[in-house]
Design a protein around this ligand. Structure first.
Ligand code: PLP
Length: 460
């Protein structure tokens, strides 16, 4: 069934030209990039769906905020404006800016965990997993079973499996579980939302065992929009109040502000009330990021972020934003292309395993589809599967991911309906010649977060 595209609740005031290279040029460029889309030049990409991180278009209000940014080294006005916004939206006493999400993880996680410890999440995002491991601990995913079936439509496929969480705590010993992390929305499961009820249940388990609960909060607003649509109790609530309710159940959060806060750079650490922990966070921030009142950002970035935190909560914007994803999903349904359904908040996660049943996990079906999309129409996407997951840190063996997805991440307020149509048409064209597509093997890889840098070649 065709669904109506939700018109942009804004008009375009500034444009940035983009250009499609010829097919021969694209094939040459991706080969030169060692079949790793992170190695492509941005200007060689026509529609860039690599990530929704830091790629959004700022508003007139944010750009005027850029001009008002206070560049004082210490105690600038923009810092206090951001502090006020963070406290108002999330209800936490302590808000620490940092330069992006992984900086928040670095500043916080080393304080909470070390070797022999474990952290459990509904699903760790790649950098979050890396920072658990860099802190010496081990990361365990504990998502609900329905998340693992891309064709099964359930309202909250991002949820934590609460029963399994409690089992894991007992199995590893509560004194060894340093942290529980709720990723909202659940990025690696396909941008799937987490319900407030699940948050309450997880919070109760954490309290029972005395384990701190942290929100990985990159998509706080999209998650709240889904809660409003799908969780009866909240259908008449304001998005901001749902966010406040969600955060009331956790003790701290790390946030990449490059997602729902619609800035090109920025992140936050939030601590609800633990002043001692906050003091340590400040110490780490000074060591790693810069003085506490700028945290690795310019005053103008702090100002744009303070505005963006609110713009992300606007319901008309969220309806259009999620509407873009639902528009793509409806077209994929018509074409019989499988994806993590129902579609999530920030991207469509195409089930590459279903499209390429002949490519095994260790030849990276998600990466194969990403390469094909570039060849087909200059579209840049990324693998969210075994290629991204990498090797077991203890044995060095290739891990097998729960899913083999290719993620079409949609930047905020950037592309139009016609762009989305080109993306769907490219997928349909690839599906028609799917059996000819080959897998990939890695010819070089670095030890951590290899997918950003590895070199690949097609398996002949
Ligand atoms: C993007 C993201 C991060 C890391 O943030 P960066 O700003 O890219 O460093 C962490 N967790 C989740 C869920 C994310 O989406």
């Amino acid at each position: 069934m065709a669904i109506k595209y939700v018109a942009e609740p804004f008009r375009i005031k500034m444009v940035e030209p983009i250009k499609m290279l010829s097919r021969e040029e694209r094939e040459e460029k991706i080969k030169e990039a060692k079949y790793n889309l992170f190695n492509l030049k941005g200007e060689d990409v026509f529609i860039d769906l690599l990530t929704d991180s830091g790629t959004g278009a700022m508003s007139d209000k944010q750009w005027s905020g850029v001009m008002r940014g206070d560049e004082a080294y210490a105690g600038g006005k923009s810092y206090f404006k951001l502090l006020e916004a963070g406290q108002d939206i999330f209800g936490y006493k302590f808000i620490q800016p940092v330069h992006q999400g992984r900086a928040a993880e670095k500043v916080l996680f080393g304080l909470l965990m070390g070797s022999g410890k474990y952290a459990i999440s509904n699903m760790f995002f790649d950098t979050t997993r890396a920072h658990v491991e860099l802190a010496g601990a081990r990361a365990i995913d504990c998502v609900v079973e329905e998340a693992k079936d891309p064709t099964l439509r359930a309202p909250f496929k991002g949820n934590m499996d609460v029963e399994k969480l409690e089992k894991l705590i007992n199995e590893y010993g509560k004194e060894n579980i340093a942290l529980v992390v709720m990723t909202i929305t659940n990025n690696s499961a396909g941008g799937q939302p987490v319900s407030v009820q699940n948050m309450r249940d997880v919070s109760a388990v954490c309290k029972k065992y005395g384990i701190p609960l942290c929100i990985d909060a990159a998509r706080y607003a999209e998650n709240a929009f889904f809660v409003k649509q799908r969780e009866e109790e909240f259908k008449d609530w304001a998005i901001k109040d749902i966010v406040r309710e969600m955060f009331s159940y956790a003790d701290m959060f790390t946030m990449s502000a490059k997602k729902d806060a619609i800035v090109n750079m920025g992140g936050l650490v939030g601590i609800k009330e633990d002043e001692e922990l906050y003091q340590k966070v400040k110490g780490n921030t000074i060591s790693f990021e810069g003085f506490t009142t700028y945290g690795g950002l310019s005053g103008r970035d702090l100002e744009a972020l303070a505005v963006g935190l609110y713009e992300g909560l606007d319901e008309d914007y969220l309806r259009y934003r999620i509407g873009q994803l639902e528009y793509i999903a409806a077209k994929l349904d018509e074409a019989g292309i499988a994806y993590q359904a129902p579609v999530g908040g920030h991207g469509v996660f195409i089930d590459a395993k279903a499209m390429f049943p002949h490519i095994p996990y260790n030849e990276f079906p998600g990466q194969a589809l990403a390469v094909e999309l570039y060849k087909e129409a200059g579209i840049r996407t990324c693998d969210i599967g075994s290629y991204m997951l990498g090797n077991d840190p203890d044995t060095g063996e290739q891990l097998q991911a729960e899913f083999e997805f290719t993620r079409l991440a949609v930047p905020r307020r950037v592309y139009t309906q016609a762009h989305l149509d080109i993306v769907v048409d490219a997928l349909i064209a690839i599906k028609e010649r799917a059996s000819e597509v080959k897998g990939y093997r890695i010819t070089w890889e670095p030890p951590v977060l290899r997918h950003f840098q590895a070199h690949l070649e097609p398996v002949e």
